[in-house]
Write a protein that binds this ligand. Structure first.
Ligand code: GLN
Length: 313
């Protein structure tokens, strides 16, 4: 259908905010010590349309580390470099039905990571980032994600240090990938670059623009610059539909009808292809690690704005 007017969008954002604010279920992630102090009450919603209109309510300028949301954009950048067929083969595009930090999924699948949105597949994807050294790979990621956001993204040193000191599980997953012959470079270097990519600071506004770039066939609607190809956008959205919300991706698709990606800091970016990027930020998470308010607010917006891909009209 026709895109909603910007007044419709503004009103819908406010209603979505009001209807989700009373939700206080869930808990702030604390397995990364530095995240435990995050105020649970933060809440922001931002919609960035492909025509460049950006509207929001609440804590849309509050910085948080991007965490798992980075996986979608790093995969897109790697796909642009090495192509989708290789990535389907090496990383996969099927849901595991298991938690994002599952070790068991590797054991069950002969060391194949299955998809790039779980930590195993995300680590294997980061290992494929171009560059002659971990520093070059990190710069490639930082610059690439900055192009998606339309601004220079920076590292949160405190979160990076905190996660580096507590990410033994990701180190274990990377070692296991190495054991299965699925990581070519030094696995601990890969974990370090991955931990940095997760520690990039963004706001809800930033991830809305990043989502709008995927919605707009790879052109950032604010800067006008092409970041990735249309094919890569298509592929990224398909990957997100299958596994962007981990083991709850089916339920998300059922309720929201759009590809999305969540992270443990409480962000969710959702893409309405050809129309908009929707960002929510609220740190209280459900058992799968997805923002409780974010899910409700996005479900409302998707329905209200006519974005659900499975709706007949
Ligand atoms: N950096 C986090 C981790 O690897 C990201 C996880 C997430 O956001 N789900 O555990």
């Amino acid at each position: 259908g026709a895109p909603p007017s910007s007044d419709d969008v503004a009103e819908a954002i406010h209603v979505a905010y009001d209807r989700s604010l009373d939700l206080t279920d869930g808990a702030v992630a604390d397995y990364i010590p530095e995240l435990a102090d995050t105020s649970p009450d933060l809440f922001g919603i931002c919609v960035a349309e492909v025509d460049g209109t950006v509207q929001g309510v609440g804590d849309v300028d509050h910085p948080f580390t991007i965490q798992s949301i980075s996986k979608a954009f790093v995969w897109a950048l790697v796909c642009e470099e090495i192509g989708d067929e290789k990535l389907i083969d090496l990383i996969g595009v099927n849901n595991t039905g298991l938690a994002f930090d599952s070790v068991m999924s590797l054991e069950l699948n002969d060391g194949h990571p299955m998809n790039p949105m779980g930590n195993a597949g995300a680590l294997a994807t980061t290992a494929l980032v171009p560059g002659d050294s971990p520093d070059e790979q990190w710069e490639f990621i930082r610059k690439g994600l900055s192009r998606f956001a339309g601004k220079d993204l920076e590292l949160d040193e405190a979160v990076y240090r905190s996660e580096s000191a507590s990410n033994q599980r990701n180190q274990g997953i990377a070692r296991l990938l190495e054991g299965y012959g699925r990581i070519g470079s030094n696995p601990l270097d890969v974990v370090d670059v991955y931990t940095k990519q997760c520690s990039l600071l963004v706001t809800a506004t930033d991830i809305a623009v990043m989502g709008a770039t995927l919605a707009d066939g790879g052109i950032n609607p604010i800067t006008g610059a092409r970041v990735v190809s249309e094919t890569v956008c298509h592929d990224t959205l398909a990957v997100l539909a299958a596994s962007g919300l981990y083991q709850n991706s089916g339920e998300w698709l059922f309720r929201i009808g759009l590809p999305g990606k969540s992270g443990v800091t409480g962000g969710i970016v959702t893409i309405a292809p050809g129309k908009a990027g929707i960002a929510t930020f609220s740190p209280r998470l459900d058992a799968a690690g997805n923002s409780v308010r974010g899910q409700r607010a996005t479900a409302y917006l998707s329905r209200r704005l006519g974005f659900d891909l499975f709706a007949s009209r």
